[in-house]
Design a protein around this ligand. Sequence first.
Ligand SMILES: C[S@@+](CC[C@H](N)C(=O)[O-])C[C@H]1O[C@@H](n2cnc3c(N)ncnc32)[C@H](O)[C@@H]1O
Length: 253
Amino acid sequence: MRDTIADYDRFGGPYGGHRRGDPGIARLIAERLGEARTVLNVGAGTGSYEPADRHVVAIEPSATMRRQRPDHLAPALIGTADAIPYDDGAFDAAMAILTVHHWPDLGRGLREMRRVAGGPVIILSFDPDAPTEFWLGDYVPEMVDVEKARYPAMANLTEGLGGPCEIVPVPVRIDCPDKFQVALYGRPEEFLKRDVRRAQSAWRFLPEGVEDRFVDRLGQDLASGAWDDRYGHFRTQATIRCQLRLAVSLPSP
Ligand SMILES: C[S@@+](CC[C@H](N)C(=O)[O-])C[C@H]1O[C@@H](n2cnc3c(N)ncnc32)[C@H](O)[C@@H]1O
């Protein structure tokens, strides 16, 4: 299995510049954290979506990512999801944002989150089996396969967490400042920027040459107007129906 921590150490430099928390998604997360006063953020990265009005402890294995945490956030502990160094029920809630697809032992990581959280466990991820309006797969069919292999099915999250779990679709807005791939559905020119792609881990999983082929073809289609002829309506579409989901797990009654 690929060492994604080493990957983030090596390639995660541009992350903080292009992956800033989206206020709408942050609100959804805050709502689901409910009354939680203490929150553990696992795979915390640069700290996007960490609520400012609660006590947050962040765990992040990559030094490159820890270094990019902004000054107003506390430093992150060095650690991984599969061995969380806290007692059972030590936090009111736990969150893991766009990170579970990197964990080498998903089941163990989920059990650990459930163990240390007395209340909700909140996971933001992509449902690989859900439909999407996004056009990227028309250009890079290989990406569809890569993402399907990386992201866990929602049933795996639900089973791994145990207890009641709600899966909530998350709309992505046209101006989402967290530039994960689908967030660029109406801003295709962003894909031509190398640093924007570097801040999206999926490109590193493609066969050699595929990324270059995509950049060439998209660049040509944007210059000729072919992209706009087919997908131009996305430039003004306020939100996109996509695979982003919030899994909200509560402790077993
Ligand atoms: C896409 S980033 C998301 C970071 C942050 N949660 C955010 O929303 O901006 C994925 C993060 O997962 C971290 N990660 C990789 N393997 C991990 C593991 N086994 N346990 C916890 N985090 C891990 C990476 O180092 C990286 O910071």
